[in-house]
Design a protein around this ligand. Structure first.
Ligand code: GAR
Length: 217
């Protein structure tokens, strides 16, 4: 069964592009049926149009409060018969009402190994703390920000001369791999939300341990 998926963005939309590419390569039992932005000037909207995807901008500034914006969002998603939402750099906090309504049907990608570094400036904070592994997380969305049950994570090393930019560049490559993989797991029924936890359909061999710095002599 092909799921009709909406991607919500606020900016450049590179994760959106990786999801569109995976869906168009028939890698995913999902159709990206809509790309929606709260910012009419989001770069990603043009990229989505170029890929032949329906786009919509709903400017949050045109609404008196969070809930009325979220109601407009919900109406647009229903109009497009959307079954599943991927947040991809959507930098707007959603109301509890909206999150509850889409519970188990909305996922997000975050540029850190949650539960570390919720919120913004994740790469800068990782460097400040001197952690030697960092990464990204795909999780179900719950009312608390960046706190939902985890579906998939990718880990990258932090190396001595890293800057915020070099670390961000290493992480985003993994984001582009991880997000389509996580969406596939959900569409295939390999991962689902049950009683506030992610239940995985099959076990797998995680392949040992990652050491950073590498322990190779
Ligand atoms: C990505 O790094 C994503 O993980 C992050 O915003 C960036 C969007 O880039 N999301 C968050 O920080 C959400 N809390 P993109 O528009 O190129 O996909």
């Amino acid at each position: 069964m092909t799921r009709r998926v909406a991607i919500l963005i606020s900016g450049r939309g590179s994760n959106m592009a990786s999801l569109i590419e995976a869906a168009q390569a028939a890698d995913l039992p999902a159709e990206i049926a809509l790309v929606l932005s709260n910012r009419p000037d989001a770069e990603g909207l043009e990229r989505a149009k170029d890929a032949g995807i329906a786009t919509l901008a709903i400017d949050h500034k045109a609404f008196p409060d969070r809930e009325s914006f979220d109601r407009a969002l919900d109406a647009a998603l229903n109009e497009h018969d959307i079954a599943f939402i991927c947040l991809a750099g959507f930098m707007r906090v959603l109301s509890d009402w909206f999150v509850e309504r889409w519970s188990g049907k909305m996922i997000n990608i975050h540029p850190s190994l949650l539960p570390l570094y919720r919120g913004t400036q994740t790469h800068r904070r990782a460097l400040e703390d001197g952690v030697l592994v960092h990464g990204c997380t795909v999780h179900f969305v719950v009312p608390e920000l960046d706190a939902g049950p985890i579906i998939a994570q990718a880990v990258v090393p932090v190396v001595p001369d890293d800057t915020e930019q070099s670390l961000a560049a290493r992480v985003i490559v993994q984001e582009h791999r991880l997000y389509p993989q996580a969406l596939r797991m959900i569409c295939d029924g390999m991962a689902r939300l049950q009683n506030g936890r992610v239940v995985f359909a099959r076990g797998w061999d995680a392949g040992g341990t990652l050491h950073s710095p590498s322990t190779h002599q």
